[in-house]
Ligand binder design. Structure first.
Ligand code: ZN
Length: 209
């Protein structure tokens, strides 16, 4: 008996259902994965990449952390991007933020969350960088939503600034970086239309190749 019997039973039922629908599904996936997408999203339990995109196992490579940040000193995230681009050769990297993000809300508070403070500081930096775009007329929710969108755009830029992505573009690899926002209220994704497939719109200083 396991304390998590419910979960194990769910898994058993799920695997049986998939197997019934497609008897070669698992054997095909066991041989290789070749996802076209890398999803970088928030760890929030309401934002599961596969489910909300209607994708199956094997369809999308996923990295999640608090508030979907791409931090250049984060070896975990950098390794995921490197592997996805160089080995899996994904065609799309999708940064997905979501409204009502606890990480963004926490970053807007003037209080300590101890170990998480350094992580949240990345979001505070974005707020301060774009402070002129926040107006007095904005409600608290509008301010948070605006910062959430800015955060996605900044992370899209951060992906484009990596050596790995610039190397891929330099060798002519088909790779586009996108920014999406998800609404936990209605389950809908919105494209922020910040799509980059080259360095043309990236500040010169970040061009390293
Ligand atoms: Zn979140």
């Amino acid at each position: 008996m396991s304390l998590l019997d419910d979960l194990l039973k769910n898994n058993e039922d799920w695997a049986a259902r998939i197997n019934e629908e497609d008897p070669t599904f698992f054997s095909r996936l066991a041989n290789q994965q070749s996802p076209e997408y890398l999803w970088i999203g928030c760890s929030d339990s309401r934002v599961p990449a596969n489910q909300l995109l209607g994708l199956m196992p094997g369809d999308i490579f996923v990295h999640r952390n608090i508030a979907n940040l791409v931090v250049h000193t984060d070896l975990n995230c950098m390794s995921v991007i490197k592997y996805a681009v160089d080995v899996l050769k994904v065609k799309h990297i999708i940064i997905t933020g979501h409204y009502d993000c606890g990480g963004v809300k926490a970053a807007m508070k003037k209080q300590s969350f101890e170990l998480i403070d350094g992580w949240l500081r990345n979001i505070k930096d974005i707020y301060v960088k774009h402070i002129d775009s926040f107006t007095e007329e904005m409600s608290e929710t509008q301010r948070l939503d605006h910062l959430t969108e800015l955060n996605v755009i900044e992370q899209v830029n951060n992906v484009c600034h990596t050596t790995c992505v610039q190397q891929a573009w330099a060798r002519g690899q088909d790779l586009t970086v996108h920014g999406f926002i998800y609404s936990v209220k209605d389950g809908r994704l919105k494209d922020l239309h910040v799509n980059f497939d080259n360095l043309d719109k990236i500040n010169d200083l970040y061009h390293i190749l």
